[in-house]
Design a protein around this ligand. Structure first.
Ligand SMILES: Cc1cc2nc3c(=O)[nH]c(=O)nc-3n(C[C@H](O)[C@H](O)[C@H](O)COP(=O)(O)OP(=O)(O)OC[C@H]3O[C@@H](n4cnc5c(N)ncnc54)[C@H](O)[C@@H]3O)c2cc1C
Length: 426
């Protein structure tokens, strides 16, 4: 038996770090520990993230609040000169076809009304970005079932930050506030125990009041009064054996890195004049394809978010054919500059997908909080999610998000969940 803690957080990803930090902030005398199976913080899926952030353009009100308060916090930390997350407001450009407009047209209208986005017509897209928007008569594009682009929805309050800096920031806050972090320790199971042990076989029996008394790792038990499961896509592995559902399934996501090895690609990287960073915005094409310009590294990241046909499950191995057979044919149609582009590197990770509504899932059972389901946007919402999970853990009904915004924590739990569906999962 290893020493016990007041609070034990499983997972040193961005959500485990922020949750642990805000637990300690709300309860400074508490003994808080984070345990992770990997060698450092954020090495699960956080480090595989693109680091994109978008203010205002979520269809779920709750997601908008989580992102806006978190981004405000990150920006104010940067403005204070205390720390830099490498935030670059390069903007998101989401390309809309007729059929996509039928699905989310009402949201697009409201984003325009709120001044969050501006619509660019196809002529403007062609002129400023040199991209192709119409495909009639192009047999190959027709075979790829590519629809014409009607508009580009440009959102300037969006961009990219360096996730490794985000991880380092919260890891350091945790360490500086006295939180212990144990790496290279895999939690094999949560230990379910009776609140009042009777010393009889098969405890806890159904009629006994229960608690999670700790976790088992490599045959030893770490005990804790309170637990937080922040294990990202691995969360169901810890909860399923107890019969607790967290609504989350892992879905593989992949990216390829293409260096600007030709003058055409170098020229494309700095095209558009849509931001002050002298670079293309992040561009989201139909069918889940997206392009991330990385001017500072002279390369592009190319991602493809596939849906039906991509099985659920944890799989971190990138597939070379996925780029060549699925992403590249479409990309080279929009931008001929990519016609001969070969990736020099690839990686894969998994989204912790909440397939019900695409918002995070933060709930408590027994003496254990579960925080997961960020559905591909956990880095940009991490500060708010950490505050909500910490308040949930401490039994508070209201979390105070950055800028003193109150948030009813029951909105995101499972029992009383009250959130709009998120239709813009990118
Ligand atoms: C390809 C890709 C692109 C993305 N792009 C963006 C983006 O642009 N913007 C954005 O905001 N978000 C993005 N995301 C999503 C973002 O990365 C996640 O929402 C976020 O990292 C979730 O954080 P987490 O702490 O829940 O998970 P993780 O970072 O995966 O942390 C979970 C931790 O738990 C540990 N763990 C799990 N099981 C155990 C166990 N049994 N014992 C001990 N430790 C355990 C793991 O080692 C891991 O460190 C992207 C994700 C992917 C995969």
């Amino acid at each position: 038996m290893v020493r016990g803690y007041d609070y034990l957080v499983i997972g040193a990803g961005i959500l485990g770090l922020t949750t642990a930090y805000y637990i300690k902030k709300l309860n400074p005398s508490a003994d808080v520990c984070i345990v992770d199976m990997l060698a450092d913080a954020g090495q699960g899926n956080t480090a595989r993230s693109v680091g994109g952030f978008r203010r205002g353009i979520f269809t779920s009100y709750v997601n908008r609040v989580l992102v806006e308060t978190s981004i405000d916090y990150y920006m104010d930390v940067e403005k204070s000169g205390e720390y830099s997350f490498g935030m670059r407001f390069i903007g998101y450009l989401i390309l809309l076809t007729e059929s996509r407009l039928r699905e989310i047209g009402s949201y697009v209208e409201s984003f325009v009304k709120q001044g969050k986005v501006k619509l660019l017509g196809k002529e403007e897209l062609e002129k400023r970005l040199g991209m192709k928007t119409g495909f009639s008569g192009d047999e190959e594009a027709e075979m790829l079932e590519m629809e014409d682009i009607k508009y580009g929805m440009f959102a300037p309050e969006c961009g990219q930050m360096d996730v490794e800096k985000l991880i380092a920031y919260y890891k350091n806050l945790c360490i500086d506030s006295g939180i212990e972090i144990i790496f290279n320790k895999r939690v094999d199971r949560l230990v379910l125990s009776p609140k009042t042990p009777l010393g009889i076989p098969d405890e806890p029996r159904v009629w006994q009041s229960k608690k999670i008394s700790g976790v088992e790792t490599d045959g030893e038990v770490i005990t804790a009064e309170n637990l937080v499961v922040a294990a990202g896509v691995w969360t169901p592995e810890l909860l399923d054996p107890l019969g607790v559902d967290c609504l989350v399934k892992p879905k593989k996501r992949q990216l390829a890195v293409v260096r600007t090895s030709t003058s055409e690609l170098r020229d494309l990287l700095t095209r558009g004049g849509l931001n002050n960073e002298n670079t293309l915005p992040m561009i989201f094409f139909p069918k889940g394809l997206y392009l991330v310009p990385r001017r500072e590294e002279s390369c592009f990241w190319i991602g493809l978010t596939d849906d039906i046909g991509r099985r659920f499950g944890i799989d971190m191995e990138p597939e070379e054919r996925f780029y060549y057979d699925h992403a590249h044919p479409m990309l080279a149609k929009y931008f001929r500059e990519f016609a001969n582009a070969r990736p020099e590197n690839m990686w894969a990770g998994c989204y912790a997908m909440n397939m019900l509504d695409g918002n995070p899932v933060i709930f408590r059972f027994l003496n254990c909080t579960v925080v997961t389901g960020a559905s591909g946007s956990g880095a940009m919402k991490a500060d708010a999610i950490g505050r909500i999970a910490a308040s949930t853990t401490l039994g508070k009904r209201t979390a105070i998000l950055y800028n003193m915004i109150p948030f009813d924590v029951s909105l995101l739990d499972i029992q009383n969940r009250r959130v709009d569906k998120e239709y813009l999962i990118l």
